[in-house]
Design a protein around this ligand. Structure first.
Ligand code: SF4
Length: 79
């Protein structure tokens, strides 16, 4: 799989998108760093975990608040 292929799963880590995602695409309008569409934009995945406290994390959290299906998940910081 090349690096430009659509993602097929979430990048491992704190944040993820659940299978309830309907592919509306709102999240990627907040952060193309953190989110990308699967093939045919059927759903989205977290493709990179942001550095804690970074601008990317703030944008991801904005998207989490706005996601119409509340399907961006935060498992909390690693312990
Ligand atoms: S905003 Fe929510 S429902 Fe819409 S594509 Fe992103 S994760 Fe999926």
């Amino acid at each position: 799989m090349g690096t430009t292929d659509p993602p097929t799963q979430n990048a491992g880590g704190r944040y993820s998108i659940t299978e309830e995602c309907d592919g509306c695409g709102l999240c990627v309008s907040y952060s193309a760093y953190s989110f990308a569409a699967s093939a045919y934009a059927a759903r989205y995945f977290v493709i990179r975990q942001p550095i804690e406290g970074s601008e990317e994390e703030a944008l991801l959290r904005d998207a989490m608040e706005q996601c119409p299906l509340s399907c961006i998940r935060d498992d909390g910081p690693a312990t």
